[in-house]
Design a protein around this ligand. Structure first.
Ligand code: TRH
Length: 351
């Protein structure tokens, strides 16, 4: 089938990250023809860089406007149109769909949530005045939700060139922590507290995070020697996945890095995307209910504290137990998503 995925980048990288991951799964694992129409092609290309050319060649990454005259010709008419995160289709594209020789199915791909209510809405029709069939598709952890983007499954691979400089400075006796969070995080205080524990920690700051700490703008920061800060550039999505798998602990955010941290099988803080109405707190609590269902009371207390940015002194003693739990959780996720996860469920749903 021919798939047109529409990607409007609201902010940051998540929208592009999800679209790219979905596109490559549909193409390389399910043999689908995929185009992405994106309103910020440079960001999308940044994530997709470096990926195996045999994967990339099969996916068209196109500017948003390129969709205007598409869909009209029989060879270009899509079978499936995916509107990601409620982005509206361009009117000219939609008009062409209406006169196209075959009518596609439109999928409204929603945000990931562990909240129970999503299963009631997942897969339900969303009747439209224009008459083209449209359905809600809710990614989720439950069996009767839309699944997770599990591909590519993380595997050990060699050190990416972009990380060589940082990797050459790693200390053998230090724990490794990667940081990718939003500006509101109490990072400096958190690192100071970590520094007072007495163990060595190598902190891998992803692109832009040194500025968040004020390191690059001349501010003085005095972390104890136990803390070594290592800044890395923006890396490709595959390289970022690799980084997560090589750290002892990760701080992640948004939606895509949140799932990747779980698939890396490592403990993590999810700095969830903050929403004005506080909806993110409900989403976080729903996830923790699932994630910690089988955990001991001690680990529950520790990881809930960590996810609320309690200082590391308060919970770090539970890191070993948390690491074991993370490996079990990863295996559980992969088993639950053995049906192909989001991409597999989407292909079957459309079929
Ligand atoms: O970047 P995010 O915060 O993205 C989003 C958006 O804010 C979006 O509007 C919001 O709806 C959503 O969060 C919840 O976080 P996320 O989702 O983790 O996406 C980051 C992507 O960037 C992910 O695919 C990993 C990738 N990435 C790289 O490829 N290289 C890097 O160096 C880093 C740090 C990330």
């Amino acid at each position: 089938m021919r798939w047109d995925i529409f990607c409007q980048i609201v902010d940051n990288y998540g929208d592009a990250g999800i679209c790219w991951r979905l596109a490559r799964s549909l193409s390389s694992l399910h043999g689908q023809d995929v185009r992405i129409f994106c309103d910020d092609l440079p960001t999308l290309n940044l994530l997709a860089l470096g990926v195996d050319q045999s994967v990339k060649r099969k996916i068209d990454l196109l500017p948003w406007e390129a969709s205007f005259n598409n869909a009209r010709h029989p060879t270009e008419a899509p079978d499936v149109v995916v509107e990601t995160f409620g982005c509206n289709l361009p009117e000219r594209y939609l008009t062409n769909l209406l006169i196209a020789p075959k009518k596609p199915i439109i999928i409204n791909l929603e945000y990931l949530s562990a909240e129970p209510w999503i299963t009631e809405f997942h897969g339900k029709p969303s009747p439209q005045a224009h008459g083209i069939a449209k359905y809600f598709f809710f990614p989720g952890f439950q069996d009767n939700a839309g699944g997770l983007l599990v591909d590519p499954i993380p595997k050990e691979s060699k050190l990416p060139a972009t990380l060589e400089a940082a990797w050459s400075k790693l200390r053998p006796n230090a724990k490794r922590i990667s940081i990718f969070c939003y500006p509101g995080a109490p990072l400096r205080k958190w690192l100071e507290d970590l520094g007072s524990i007495g163990e060595n920690f190598d902190i891998v700051l992803t692109h832009g995070h040194a500025q968040l700490l004020g390191v690059n703008v001349g501010q003085q920061i005095h972390f104890p020697k136990t803390i070594q800060l290592l800044s890395i550039p923006f890396v490709t999505q595959d390289e970022y996945d690799w980084l997560l798998s090589q750290c002892d602990f990760n701080i992640v955010r948004g939606e895509d890095s949140f799932v990747r941290a779980q698939l890396a099988g490592k403990p993590f803080i999810w700095h969830i995307y903050p929403q004005d109405d506080g909806a993110h707190q409900v989403k976080l609590a729903a996830f923790l209910d699932l994630y910690l269902e089988s955990a001991s009371q001690e680990l529950k207390t520790a990881s809930i504290a960590a996810m609320s940015w309690a200082m590391p002194q308060e919970w770090l003693k539970s890191l070993d137990a948390w690491s074991s739990h993370s490996r079990v959780w990863r295996a559980h996720l992969l088993e639950k998503q053995a049906d192909g996860g989001l991409a597999g469920r989407l292909v079957r749903f459309v079929a």
